[in-house]
Design a protein around this ligand. Structure first.
Ligand code: ATP
Ligand code: MG
Length: 309
């Protein structure tokens, strides 16, 4: 699989008059994003997510060893036509209507398709803004602005789409609709890059994530790999484990017992079979065996706290 985003050694220091040393918003960040996935960059407020996207898009200057988008250096102007962007806290011209904004963006991105009208109506319908297309942006609510922002990010049919907090201010139904739309984009072969701190939302659709804290990447990989523990298993049984069975299992590391379950921390996979055998020999029926999962939120908090210390 091709990488559509390649970042190597990205550092950004904001210098300000007050602080001579400046703020190190990104500290030697490196990671790649393969084509055709939904990728989410997570991190607490001020972690550097927006700065990273702005540096990638050339909106701000930063130091780096290498940065490529769609296989070309970020300084190559032609790639901009294939990239869509929904900025954080965007301020679209308030005097334009929704439809005029889409026209404006399409022209900015040099969109050559002669299907602009159908495409803009299709997208406005998708984001549930069709009936507001002739209304001025200044009258839009926060959620409406965000929906329109999403449509303008993809009007020119880009291959790579950056969305900085796309569901900010959008109600739960709207969020679900936006998620579905992002999955549709992925199914068309597009790559979607999301900046977010809405973990439960990101967890539902992201194929891969990176977690940024204080300008450093503290995790990169799948949500699955982060939240699935390799060593903790939970066995579901037909009755409450009694003292006798716990004595029989004394050679294993039982970490928790419940009404109908026992959880173990294991060192070698073979231990699982031996545990099952002992349970069966003692007239317990095995109803299920699961690897213990922690939520993305728990993992996120512990990772961020660990790197803060
Ligand atoms: N223009 C600027 N001048 C000086 N410092 C800045 C500027 N923009 C951002 N920063 C600082 O850089 C750091 C990273 O900010 P950034 O906006 O990239 O974070 P973020 O991860 O997007 O946060 P949020 O989740 O709140 O959007 C913060 O410490 C912020 O104060
Ligand atoms: Mg931000």
């Amino acid at each position: 699989m091709n990488n559509v985003i390649e970042i190597k050694g990205l550092t950004k220091i904001y210098s300000s008059g007050l602080n001579r040393q400046g703020v190190k918003a990104l500290d030697n960040v490196s990671f790649n994003v393969p084509e055709g996935i939904i990728f989410s960059l997570l991190g607490p407020n001020g972690a550097g997510k927006t700065t990273l996207v702005k540096a990638l898009l050339g909106i701000i200057q930063a130091e780096y060893e290498e940065m490529n988008l769609l296989g070309k250096p970020i300084t190559e102007i032609s790639i901009k036509e294939k990239v869509g962007y929904l900025p954080e806290n965007h301020k679209f011209p308030p005097y334009l209507t929704g439809q005029q904004l889409l026209k404006f963006t399409a022209e900015l991105c040099n969109y050559q398709g002669n299907d602009f009208k159908e495409r803009s109506e299709f997208l406005l319908k998708k984001v549930k803004m069709l009936k507001w297309k002739k209304t001025k942006i200044k009258t839009y609510s926060k959620g409406m602005l965000q929906r329109l922002g999403l449509a303008q990010a993809v009007i020119h049919n880009p291959d790579l789409i950056f969305l900085d907090e796309p569901t900010d201010g959008v109600d739960p139904i709207g969020r679900k609709e936006i998620r579905d739309f992002l999955v549709e984009l992925k199914n068309e072969g597009k790559t979607v890059f999301i900046n977010s701190h809405l973990l439960s939302e990101v967890e539902l659709i992201s194929d891969s994530i990176a977690i940024l804290n204080k300008g450093k990447v503290v995790y990169s990989g799948s949500v699955e790999a982060l939240t699935t523990s390799k060593e903790t298993y939970e066995v579901e049984i037909n009755k409450k484990p009694d003292d006798y069975i716990l004595y029989k299992l004394k050679d294993f590391n039982v970490i928790e017992t419940g009404e109908n379950k026992i959880s173990f921390k294991i060192e070698r996979e073979e231990e699982i079979n031996r545990i099952m055998d002992i349970l069966r020999e003692n007239n317990f029926v095995i109803l299920g065996l699961n690897r213990k999962k922690s939520s993305l939120e728990d993992k996120f908090i512990s990772l961020v706290q660990r790197t803060d210390d």
